[in-house]
Design a protein around this ligand. Structure first.
Ligand SMILES: [Fe+2]
Length: 396
């Protein structure tokens, strides 16, 4: 994606951005060169004087998350909640835009039309920006899945999770852009599978299963005529059902022979499928899903990639409800990579699900009556009667 200089308000500057200069270019407010990445909220105060209004940043030049990760964990839990609430409207806008695009291209494929792949690049770019600005806000939206929109939400969630893992693995911006496109289109071939097989409520026969499995190759057919699409994107789509031990399809290839995009998308695809409600199954909780996937480490998934995914996603991801071992219910705000049962949370309800005075807790340091408090379980918010669509209400 091309980089360009854009002017934004100082209040919109976030860690991870590359600030070229600030000022209005007038005598009273001359332009001052900065030419640095903003690595933390402290850097904003350090490089941009209090009275700064306009800042020029280079869009598309975002600090890779491994450098930015030091920011995570260093903010107070109140600040984490504030940042998340602040970032949520923009994350929601990007999420809606991606969802609309998914609705459109999936319908286009079903109707045999040409897919507007070129429209995907700016959307993927915005998702990368959204993740870089505030990872928890972007992730929370992935859990607000609508049962009747699985096909579309699955496509954009696989995009989001793949980018999250790609960033954590240190992929550069251009690689992330390609990975995001591959992830968004990973199941595009399903648009060429007959409806009677695709939507069959019961178990597929052996021959129907073979037809279903052909969606990887059909995806390649849909995309290979698209001009300017990198080979890595095509391999990501073709190889997303290959398995690390060679028991996948269509090629039965294994280990490092599977393209990294294929190995990344395989993890995101299964994670989203298991955590979603389908006609034939309930949603599995994120924690249970990761424990299941952990058992398939080395057989289905690349062990190093899966370990990284578990760390960065967190057993209890942001935006999910957990019950603490003091029986209170809380919303996860930020994962704790080294102590997964001790995320930053906001307490919402007492043990009887009555709203309580909300309290932000960093479970890594919080003590109640001198005792450590940690996550005990992850209930289904629906069973608790909590409307997660009202997420932003819980944050303020
Ligand atoms: Fe698939």
């Amino acid at each position: 994606m091309a980089t360009e200089i854009i002017t934004i308000e100082k209040k919109d500057v976030k860690p991870g951005m590359f600030v070229q200069r600030y000022g209005a270019g007038t005598f009273q407010d001359p332009l001052v060169e900065v030419g640095k990445y903003i690595e933390s909220y402290d850097d904003i105060a350090k490089y941009l004087p209090d009275d700064t209004q306009k800042v020029e940043i280079i869009s598309g030049r975002i600090l890779p998350s491994k450098d930015y990760a030091c920011e995570k964990g260093s903010l107070s839990v109140e600040q984490v909640a504030r940042n998340m609430a602040e970032a949520l409207p923009e994350a929601r806008r990007v999420h809606e835009e991606a969802l609309n695009y998914a609705r459109k291209f999936i319908e286009d494929v079903r109707q045999g039309k040409t897919v507007a792949v070129e429209e995907a690049a700016p959307i993927v770019g915005e998702v990368i920006d959204s993740l870089t600005t505030n990872e928890p806000a972007a992730l929370t939206l992935a859990f607000l899945k609508r049962y009747d929109e699985y096909t579309y939400t699955h496509s954009i969630n696989v995009n989001l999770y793949s980018l999250l893992l790609g960033k954590a693995l240190g992929l550069q911006r251009e690689e992330l852009e390609m990975l995001g496109i591959a992830a968004l289109f990973h199941d595009v071939g399903k648009g060429r599978i007959p409806n009677k097989v695709l939507n069959k409520p019961g178990k597929l026969t052996d021959s129907e299963y073979e037809v279903m499995k052909s969606h990887s190759r059909k995806g390649l057919e849909v995309l290979k005529g698209v001009e300017g699409l990198d080979r890595a994107v095509l391999r990501g789509v073709l190889e997303h059902h290959e398995r690390f031990d060679g028991n996948g399809y269509p090629g039965g290839i294994k280990g490092d022979d599977i393209h990294p995009f294929g190995r990344i998308i395989a993890i995101s695809d299964v994670y989203d499928a298991l955590t979603s409600v389908r006609v034939y199954k309930k949603a599995v909780s994120p924690a249970k899903t990761l424990s299941l996937m952990y058992k398939w480490k080395g057989t289905d998934f690349d062990p190093a990639y899966l370990n990284r995914f578990i760390r960065v996603m967190g057993i209890y991801p942001p935006g999910t409800i957990v019950q603490l071992d003091d029986l209170r219910f809380a919303l996860v705000l930020e994962t704790n990579e080294t102590k997964p049962r001790h995320p930053k949370v906001k307490v919402l309800f007492n043990s009887k699900m009555q709203p309580v005075h909300s309290e932000c807790l960093d479970l890594a340091t919080y003590k109640k009556d001198g005792q450590d408090v940690q996550v005990m379980r992850q209930p289904d918010p629906q069973s608790l009667g909590v409307d997660m669509q009202q997420l932003s209400r819980f944050l303020v």
